[in-house]
Design a protein around this ligand. Sequence first.
Ligand SMILES: *Cc1c(COP(=O)(O)O)cnc(C)c1O
Length: 343
Amino acid sequence: MSSITSLVRPNIAALAPYSTARDEYDGPLGIFLDANESPYNNGYNRYPDPHQAALKAKIAPLKGIGPENLFLGNGSDEAIDLVFRIFCTPGKDNAVIMAPSYGMYGVAAAMNDIAVKSVRLEEDFSLDAEALLGACDAFTKVIFLCSPNNPSGNAFPKEQLLDICNRFAGIVVVDEAYIDFSDKGTLVQEAVERENLIVLQTLSKARAMAGLRIGMAISSKEIIGLMSMVKYPYNLSRAAMEKAFDILEKPIAKEVETIIGERKRLSAALAGYPFVLKVFPSDANFILARVTDADGLYDYLLKEGIIVRNRTRVAGCEGCLRFTVGLPAENDALLNALNLYAQ
Ligand SMILES: *Cc1c(COP(=O)(O)O)cnc(C)c1O
């Protein structure tokens, strides 16, 4: 029995998962009279593969891992929810998160009746590992880290994230939704090798498939086994899997390079405006900037037909707007609007 087993909620450890018709027989050909499907073929009359074997066989090599180390979910949001459901007992356990960070950790915790302790990042959004570990108590089962972090944009040093893993006896989740835009390096290999590390990635950002809703968790075979057992059997649709399979054929290196170049151009341009107080360094496909009047600038841009994210009411992000890097022409439109605002 490994140490992970002792972290799993007792009811989950005792779970006998639902066995689908396609679990019991998934041979290639035959007359399928087992799943109460319609026999009339329109391309989607059959249930999808609950094990997602084809898509996992496509994605795992791209990540340099085996399919047994890969969980696919209905967006990263499903993986976040499953972490709470597998490791945290409602009304008893808690999770430690950093703030400001991605809002879904707190929402998923609240939906599962799990208390959250937020640890503020420093003024420059760097991470105080001592403060984070100091916030953990005997009921802290999970620490959620996000690197590169949303909404601040910065990635944390790999050594610091691994140090937190080494010193925490529970589960550490590192959300790498924006990792393709960062040169700080992924923790994918470490997640496969270690017992208590889960890396989250997604097809929603650099892979340009937000509409398909496919998120990933990468971890030890044991943790991936638990996630696969607790998920809804048919959590990814046949349509989403087929479409993702096709789109993954196309490399994204050029687009990512363009976005990184545009990020640099936008960051430099933003820093030149008198109403911009601070442009935070970004390892992601967005830029957080502190301005003199966040609400005023947000409303002005909206009137110009440009929608950015107003983060001024997020603790630690007072006065800040978040700009997603768009196409070069879209970024030009943003800068043109800002030029007029500056006058
Ligand atoms: C956008 C984003 C995700 C992706 O979520 P999906 O549900 O996979 O679309 C995950 N984590 C963070 C921090 C994000 O900003």
